[in-house]
Design a protein around this ligand. Structure first.
Ligand code: 6CS
Length: 339
């Protein structure tokens, strides 16, 4: 009995130390949650991150893919509480917590040209310098931001104008700016976590959604809709963070290791990212040859761009001066990336 009590106390202390992200021994097991599977872009980044950490230390990284710890918002609560050491969460969800992160969602700002995308995410001052302190305020150490492909809209019926979108129920992720975007575009948006989307499409609770082609194909969203439309309005972006208290408690050596692993994983995913859109599209054409693919012309896009102005204003209203400064810097970074 005495022995058991002793053992339980030891286990408790260990569990407590792990919950706080404190090193209980030389070699720690770091928990890393993400919104996607191992073959998806977030999984490709996470696998490289794990590989670098484990090759250069005695630490291990345990990856929790989509679905294993609840929805994106649940995993974020666990990361902020220190139950998870690392989390990949996209601004499409983080925007509900960090309004400035919605800068990645303002329509017709982010790049879609693969070369520009790569340069922008590598060199952007807004990304690499301005977001750090903002994420810190939420107890998060921002490690990497990377693209997953152009957002493409899948619907049951073709649309070419905002008027065509009237009455269409479009699912968005839960950041408020996405609701404002689709309202401005003429549709009737409904925000919901990833885990509800397939059911919502099957039961006609929604008529469409937006996601990059690689994700649409991997999760069969093309099989649940009839048309896929390139509107050119967004790039799917995601971000990897560490719990800030955990990160601050690391030795200098381990901090450098986390930075090295983040950089190598970022370099790796950026090399892969240029091919994601083409790969996703090619797979859809191969597996679903009858699926209708529409690319709006510049003239058709103009109507949506005009409506995007109101969304940008809504962003600035919520994200304030700091958000406005980030958006301005992003636009400059984009100009630089296009040169
Ligand atoms: O639409 C979503 O909710 C999901 N889309 C992507 C590309 N990754 C994860 C996210 O949950």
């Amino acid at each position: 009995m005495k022995q058991l009590a002793k053992f339980s106390l030891g286990s408790l202390a260990m569990a407590g130390a792990m919950a706080l992200g404190v090193s209980a021994a030389q070699a720690d097991n770091w928990r890393y949650a993400m919104e996607e599977g191992m073959n998806d872009p977030q999984g490709i980044y996470a696998a490289k991150f794990k590989e670098v950490i484990e090759a250069n230390s005695d630490h291990t990284v345990q990856i929790y893919p989509v679905g294993s710890l609840g929805e994106s918002a649940d995993a974020m609560e666990q990361a902020q509480a220190g139950l998870l050491q690392f989390i990949d969460q996209s601004p499409g969800f983080t925007g509900a917590l960090i309004p400035e992160a919605e800068a990645f969602l303002v329509p017709y700002v982010q790049p879609t040209d693969p070369e520009v995308v790569q340069k922008f995410f590598r060199e952007s001052v807004a990304i690499n310098e301005m977001f750090h302190d903002i994420y810190r305020e939420q107890g998060l150490e921002l490690l990497s931001v990377f693209p997953e492909g152009e957002q493409v809209v899948t619907t049951m019926e073709e649309f070419r104008t905002p008027e065509d979108l009237e009455g269409m129920k479009i699912r968005t992720m839960t950041s408020p700016l996405l609701l404002e975007t689709y309202e401005a575009f003429g549709a009737s948006p409904i925000a919901m976590p990833w885990g509800e989307l397939i059911g919502a499409l099957k039961t006609n609770m929604v008529d469409g959604q937006e996601n990059p082609t690689i994700w649409i194909e991997a999760y069969g969203l093309d099989d649940l809709t009839k048309v896929m439309t390139y509107t050119g309005h967004a790039q799917y972006t995601t971000a990897v963070m560490a719990n800030a208290d955990f990160y601050d408690g690391l030795s200098d050596e381990d901090k450098a290791l986390v930075q090295k692993a983040s950089q190598e994983a970022l370099d790796h995913i950026l090399d892969v990212a240029v091919e994601l859109d083409a790969k996703g599209l090619a797979k859809i054409k191969e597996t679903n040859p009858d699926y209708k693919i529409v690319r709006l012309t510049e003239e058709e896009r103009a109507a949506f761009k005009e409506r995007a102005q109101a969304v940008e204003e809504a962003f600035i209203e919520r994200a304030g001066e700091r958000g406005a400064a980030i958006l301005e810097q992003m636009k400059k970074d984009l100009e630089a990336a296009r040169k």
